[in-house]
Ligand binder design. Structure first.
Ligand code: 5GP
Ligand code: ZN
Length: 114
């Protein structure tokens, strides 16, 4: 998808700090971090949001969370806790319409989220 920011980052047409990648997912440093660690775990496959996920996408969705958990552990976030977030739709704060899991850590988080 030429008009999708994250597809362009995955295709290396736009630079980003790549923290991890495998055959199904890429993790990048968020350009405007909301916590000391703020990574985005992005599927290589273009899915606009969780709304478009369907039967058959279970393994991919699970993989994104496994990668997020492994990255959290690698960065020592598991000791104090971390947050994984998917914003779905503009009303929930989604601004890039290519599904991604935020991995946030390195500070205290409040509940309910804002
Ligand atoms: P959303 O608001 O869709 O849940 O999350 C999109 C995230 O992408 C935001 O946290 C935003 O800071 C990040 N972002 C937007 N543009 C870029 C970019 O060009 N590069 C990187 N690395 N992150 C971006
Ligand atoms: Zn895309």
């Amino acid at each position: 998808m030429d008009d999708c920011l994250f597809c362009r980052i995955i295709d290396r047409k736009i630079p980003a700090k790549i923290a991890y990648e495998d055959e199904r997912a890429v993790a990048i440093e968020d350009i405007h971090p909301q916590s000391p660690t703020h990574l985005l775990v992005i599927p290589r496959q273009h899915l606009p949001s969780l709304l478009e996920a369907k039967n058959g996408d279970e393994a991919l969705l699970g993989h994104l969370f496994l990668v997020a958990g492994q990255l959290a552990q690698k960065r020592g976030l598991d000791l104090k806790g971390y947050r994984t977030v998917i914003n779905t739709g503009a009303g929930a704060g989604q601004t890039v319409f290519h599904l991604h899991v935020h991995l946030l850590g390195g500070r205290a988080f409040h509940w309910p989220p804002g």
